[in-house]
Design a protein around this ligand. Structure first.
Ligand code: NI
Length: 266
């Protein structure tokens, strides 16, 4: 049966009526939605919603923009919540220099420190990591190489927006890429080239809703049902049918997130 999974969403955003968007995604054959945290409060929110809804799963961690939220207490909170098998990965974690002055090494170093702490935490918990990467490609690759012995559980570069060469580099480190709405944009050439070049077994689909609404709905608030428009564009680029892409990407998700793959085994 044709079904898709939204592997990166922020459905606990206060702008949503969860019942309403859940109705939409079910009508559109979205079988599962992964709710991703970014700060301490959203860690509580996404686990609450995942622990109380069969088809929703949680990914918990602290985003680089919110790195001041990361401390011993947050780490203990993540550890205790991650005992629940509905927590699939540590994320979104990473580096984002977009809002940072190029010479602000204090802020950059703080982001790196919090990212590395969470890489180690994910390794300790045996979970993959979901990486947010923006305007920090070189530092990211340096950290992933230096800490590769902590990356045995692999992970995802979410909302991948880098070059074909960076895709090749992260693939070698055991990472797959999250493809989102940007692939449908007129100015999404770079991502379209990556999708064309990439092994389809390295692609998982995501909305990053409420952000990055795909065409033809740009300008409106994004929601998980819009995975279908991202999937259609990926099919067009890869020469696949929707049912072929559904089968392949669902298998990819089960491989990348072992707890999700084993969800029916208790
Ligand atoms: Ni996100």
């Amino acid at each position: 049966m044709l079904s898709f999974i939204d592997t990166h969403s922020h459905i606990t955003d206060p702008r949503y009526n969860l019942e309403e968007i859940e109705k939409h995604w079910k009508e559109n054959n979205i079988s599962n939605v992964f709710a991703v945290s970014y700060d301490k409060k959203s860690i509580i929110d996404v686990t609450n919603v995942a622990f109380n809804n069969n088809n929703i799963y949680a990914i918990i961690g602290v985003h680089p923009d919110d790195c001041d939220d990361y401390n011993n207490e947050t780490e203990e909170l993540i550890k205790s919540l991650a005992k629940n098998k509905k927590v699939l990965a540590i994320g979104e974690i990473g580096l984002d220099y977009h809002e940072i002055d190029a010479n602000d090494f204090e802020k950059k170093n703080k982001q790196k420190e919090v990212f590395i702490s969470q890489i180690k935490l994910a390794d300790e918990l045996g979970l993959p990591i979901m990486i947010h990467l923006r305007d920090a490609c070189k530092d990211m690759l340096d950290i992933l190489h230096d800490y590769s012995h902590y990356l045995n559980n692999g992970g995802i570069i979410h909302c991948f927006g880098e070059s074909v060469e960076t895709y090749d580099a992260v693939k070698k480190l055991g990472f797959v890429i999250g493809v989102g709405g940007v692939v449908t944009f007129k100015n999404g050439k770079r991502l379209q080239q990556v999708v064309e070049h990439a092994d389809v077994r390295d692609i998982i689909l995501e909305t990053d809703c409420p952000y990055l609404t795909p065409e033809p709905f740009r300008g409106q608030i994004n929601e998980p049902k819009n995975i279908l428009y991202i999937a259609q564009k990926v099919c067009e680029i890869k020469g696949l049918t929707m049912s072929e892409l559904s089968e392949i990407t669902n298998k990819n998700v089960e491989r990348v997130f072992p707890r999700f793959g084993g969800r029916n085994n208790g």
